[in-house]
Design a protein around this ligand. Sequence first.
Ligand SMILES: [Zn+2]
Length: 288
Amino acid sequence: MTGAAIISLDCEGRWGVADHLTPETASGLTDARLRMAYRDLIRLLADVQIHATFAFVGLFTRPASRETTELVRERAAVLPYLTRAAAGLTDAEEGWIGDWALDMAGEQGHEIAFHGTTHVPWPDLSREQARWEMEQVWPEHRQTMVFPRNQIAHVDVLEEFGCKAFRGAREYPTRAQSLLSEFDCRVPSQQMPGQAEATPVEIPSGVFINWRSGLRKLVPPQITRLRARNLLNHAAKTGGVAHFWLHPENVATAPATMTNVSAIVEEIVRFRDAGQIRVETQLSMLGG
Ligand SMILES: [Zn+2]
C-alpha cells in the first residue's frame, strides 16, 4: 500500500495578520525577509523535485497600483479587517505586495491555490462578499482552497465557482492545546473522503509544521521530525494522507523554522524514494 503526502503553504505577506499587525511582526515581514523565505522554500522543494500547493491571498499577488489601493480602501469601509492594509498600501509599506512570490512559485510548476482575496475570515463575510472574493482571481488560481485561519464557511460558493476542494481544519479548543499537540508523536494519517462525497472535497487537514517562535520554540525539532515520520509511516501502511502545512511568513519571522521544514521534506523524500509514499498537491490528490 502507498500513502500520500501533501505540503500546502498559506501565502499571504502581511494580509494574514492585517487585523493585529504589531511593529514586531511587521519587522519580520519586510520584503527582504519575505523574499528570502519564499526563495529558500522554493529552492528546497526544487532540490528534491517536490511540487507543493501554494495558496495565495489574491491581493498579495497583485502588483502595486493606484486601482488596487483604491479597491482596498473601498472594501475597508465595510470590512474593518482591511483598515490597516489600506493604510499600508497608501503609504507604500513593505509586505503587502508579493506578485514576485506568485511568479516564483508558478515558474516551478507548483499548484497555485486560493487563500481568499482579502484574507478576511469567511465566517465574517456575507455570501455576496464571498462571491466577490472568488470573482477577483483567475479561475486557474482557485481550483482548490485553503480558508483564511482555517475557518470554513460558504462552501456552496466554492462549488458555484468550480473550486474542487479545500483543506479541512483541525480544531483545538485553546492555543495551549494546539501547542501541546506538537508533542503528540502519534498523530494518525487521515483518509480522503470517498467518491460519493459531495464536491468540493474536504482534503484531510493534516498538521502544522511547527513555527519556531515564542512558546513554540520549546518544541524540540527532533520531536517535530519524529511526529512527521510516524505520520508518514501510518499513511504508508493505511493508504492515508499525511498533510503538512505552513506559512512562508513563519519562515520570514522565525528563520529557524526552516530546520523543521527541511526535516519534514527529508522524511517525505525517504518514504517517497522507498516507494511507500507518493507526493501530491491538493489538486493532484483529486486524481485529475
Ligand atoms: Zn492565512
